[in-house]
Design a protein around this ligand. Structure first.
Ligand code: ACK
Length: 317
């Protein structure tokens, strides 16, 4: 996520509006890890002695003080302070005082990422398929829980929520830059929360980081102008939203499977696009195609996408 004007980077200044005393936080197991750092489940005791489960984002122990990961997490923290929407992950507080590690406390989403949820729907649809069972992720503990199922209406409902959150971010002049099902979280009521503001920093301005993280750029979700000219706008987020719609319809399929990342620019320039998934209505496919217009101005705004998806929900299509 990127602000129109980059926010000032906080170093060791403690923000009393958000600072949480470390004594109020108990850390539990790790629920996610990646190049960015770690996510732990935690328990936060409020000033009124009510305990809430939180997700605690932190860095790896080996992360140095001047590292891009630290800058990323601080930048994410700053951006999250200014956003409040039911479909955007909510900041609950932070431990930034220098006496311990940096912790960013986020609302806990018990169903994990939308991508994981879509994959769990696959297993439930094909419960008896040995091949599918063989391929399931042995580390996904949620796999053992009740298998969810997917319906066309649920797909449109998820898409509608994400478009609402993105419309809100767009109004704040915030560009996400990594909109994909892996970065949408689901709470226990299956409310979609846009998250992972990890690409908030301008990776392209920072050559050192560019070299380090070339593999991190989400090429298959990126609009042509982002791939070619490093231009990111709400309209390039709309392109990514189209790919996210495709992920929803394929229950978390891999877009452009078999295409090498460095072939994507030529493929898109030749006018090729993702094909209509098997269970996707022609109407929803037209929405995706609108998101993948070569000219950014010809793509719909998120507000228009909300209206279109609203209409589809109302008609029950
Ligand atoms: O699908 P997951 O298990 O759920 O994999 C990702 C992982 O951490 C890396 O992002 C989990 N995760 C991240 N933030 C949260 C959160 N706020 N609540 C619950 N799980 C989270 C996510």
């Amino acid at each position: 996520l990127q602000a129109a004007a980059p926010p000032p980077r906080r170093t060791s200044n403690v923000d009393p509006r958000w600072e949480v005393h470390r004594g109020r936080l108990t850390l539990h197991e790790e629920i996610g890890a990646g190049e960015f750092g770690r996510v732990l489940r935690g328990e936060l005791v409020s000033e009124t002695h009510v305990s809430v489960t939180v997700a605690v984002k932190t860095l790896r122990a080996s992360t140095g003080p001047g590292s891009p990961e630290l800058r990323d997490l601080l930048s994410e923290l700053e951006l999250l302070k200014d956003v409040e929407h039911p479909n955007v992950i909510r900041l609950l507080g932070a431990c930034t005082d220098p006496s311990g590690p940096l912790y960013v406390l986020l609302e806990y989403c018990s169903q994990g990422s939308l991508r994981g949820y879509l994959h769990r729907c696959r297993w439930s649809d094909k419960e008896d398929d040995d091949e599918q069972r063989k391929n399931k992720d042995p580390d996904d503990k949620r796999d053992e829980e009740k298998r969810p199922s997917m319906t066309p209406r649920k797909i449109i409902g998820f898409a509608w929520q994400i478009a609402k959150g993105m419309d809100y971010l767009g109004q704040l002049k915030l560009v996400h830059r990594d909109l994909a099902s892996r970065n949408i979280l689901l709470n226990e009521n299956l409310v979609c929360k846009i998250s992972d503001f990890g690409l908030s920093r301008d990776v392209y301005v920072d050559e050192a980081y560019c070299k380090l993280s070339a593999g991190k750029v989400p090429v298959k979700w990126m609009a042509p102008e982002s791939l070619l000219m490093r231009v990111y706008t709400s309209k390039s987020d709309v392109w990514s939203f189209g790919v996210l719609l495709w992920e929803l319809c394929t229950l978390g399929g891999a877009p452009y499977s078999g295409v090498a990342p460095h072939d994507m620019v030529a493929l898109l320039a030749a006018g090729q696009r993702l094909a209509r998934p098997e269970h996707c209505s022609r109407e929803l496919h037209r929405v995706m195609q609108g998101c993948w217009q070569a000219e950014p101005q010809e793509r719909p705004h998120f507000s228009q996408l909300v209206t279109i998806l609203d209409g589809m929900l109302a008609r029950g299509s």
